[in-house]
Design a protein around this ligand. Structure first.
Ligand code: SF4
Length: 388
């Protein structure tokens, strides 16, 4: 039996051993995709028993596109002073949240750029006002690089900034900005973004404060499979720390391939690196399956319909994912670089899930299951899937 087969067999046991980076690398490079997805499905059922797949009714809010970080893969940002910059007012943001409330949503994911002129009070006043106007909506706001930016401007530590934001009513942090937590790759594509350790440190602090956090991973920068596993290794290590403190840590892990339109990374792709950047369906599904096997300490793995399309997102549900993501209502950051679909209705998410043979269940930001009004699609009822 090959080493790859032995690893797959041991990962199929009732209590599989923790997958090492070395063994994950063997699977990454040698495993048959169908077999890999099968074993990832076994892990999914060990971690998340049953036949349901969750989704979230939420809204993205991109409050500003002003940013000084200039990531090479970002088509969303505009440098300060650019004629296309914008900054939304509290009323404009509140109006968006009202639209979310009208469709039964439960959280906003608010991210922008690193704005050089906004002081801490701008953020805390905004959160406080939104908390008053929309008490039932969870406010997951500002990725670690934005927290670092606020910290630089106000002269407080990132931990103090997080404390102020939490006191104002912030519920959690988006997992954005992790991209690839390996400095060799990270500093090549985003030299001004700060090290992997910075991202991990802000997340560590957020978790210590009890804020809800998730972890992301963007692939396709020309990194090696080992780089991808090193990224996962750092996230898993931080999650071990969080769990040992009795914290929830990361609720989920979400990965997607980098989009290459309208950005300088894409222009690199069309030059000497043609076809070496980005990632196709096979690679994405392999990555999802490996992440399910690798993360024995993160419960939820999310499929990405905005970047991969709904069909591949459905396939990801057979590669270990147990969550189909969220309605988003609008998406301006990743979509600027080439995705075609930036919003899905609750009905669409339910159909994506049920047509793949699973039962859709609505959740909140913390993965608490909510009452789900099941949409009857001409009496469609998905066939039951037997546990492995
Ligand atoms: S990805 Fe974020 S930090 Fe990077 S340039 Fe775009 S908005 Fe700025």
């Amino acid at each position: 039996m090959s080493q790859c087969q032995e690893i797959l067999q041991s990962q199929s046991e009732d209590s599989p051993p923790r997958l090492s980076i070395e063994d994950a690398l063997v699977l990454y490079q040698e495993a048959n995709l169908t077999e890999l997805m099968h074993v990832a499905s076994i892990h999914r059922r060990l971690r998340v028993p049953g036949n349901h797949v969750t989704y979230l009714v939420d809204r993205n809010v991109n409050y500003t596109n002003v940013c000084t970080i200039n990531c090479q893969f970002c088509s969303f940002y505009r440098p300060p002073g650019h004629p296309e910059t914008y900054l939304q007012t509290v009323d404009q943001i509140s109006e968006r949240i009202t639209q979310l409330e009208e469709i039964g949503g439960s959280r906003i994911l608010m991210q922008g750029g690193v704005h050089p002129d906004l002081v801490l009070e701008w953020y805390t006043d905004l959160i406080r006002e939104l908390r008053i106007r929309h008490p039932s909506i969870d406010l997951d706001c500002f990725s670690p690089i934005e927290i670092e930016g606020i910290s630089d401007i106000c002269g407080l530590s990132t931990n103090q900034v997080l404390e102020e934001l939490r006191a104002a009513g912030m519920h959690g942090l988006p997992g954005g900005g992790a991209e690839m937590l390996v400095d060799e790759v990270r500093l090549d594509i985003s030299p001004k973004k700060g090290s992997a350790e910075n991202w991990l440190q802000v997340m560590r602090e957020a978790q210590e404060l009890g804020l809800t956090t998730s972890a992301t991973n963007v692939i396709g920068f020309g990194e090696t499979n080992l780089h991808r596993l090193e990224h996962m290794g750092k996230v898993r290590e931080l999650q071990d720390e969080a769990l040992s403190r009795g914290s929830v840590g990361f609720t989920s892990f979400i990965s997607w391939p980098v989009m290459l339109e309208n950005n300088s990374l894409g222009r690199r792709e069309s030059g000497t690196n043609k076809y070496t950047l980005g990632a196709g369906s096979n690679e994405y599904l392999r990555h999802v399956a490996i992440s399910r096997l690798f993360f024995d300490n993160i419960k939820h793995i999310q499929a990405s319909w905005p970047t991969m399309g709904t069909k591949i997102a459905q396939m990801a549900l057979f590669a270990g994912a147990d969550d189909i993501g969220s309605t988003m209502m609008e998406e301006n950051v990743v979509s600027s670089s080439g995705t075609t679909k930036t919003s899905a209705s609750e009905r669409e998410l339910q159909l994506i899930v049920s047509r793949a043979g699973f039962v859709p269940v609505k959740r909140d930001s913390d993965y608490n299951l909510l009452d789900t009004e099941t949409i009857d699609e001409e009496n469609f009822s998905p066939p039951p899937i037997q546990p492995n």
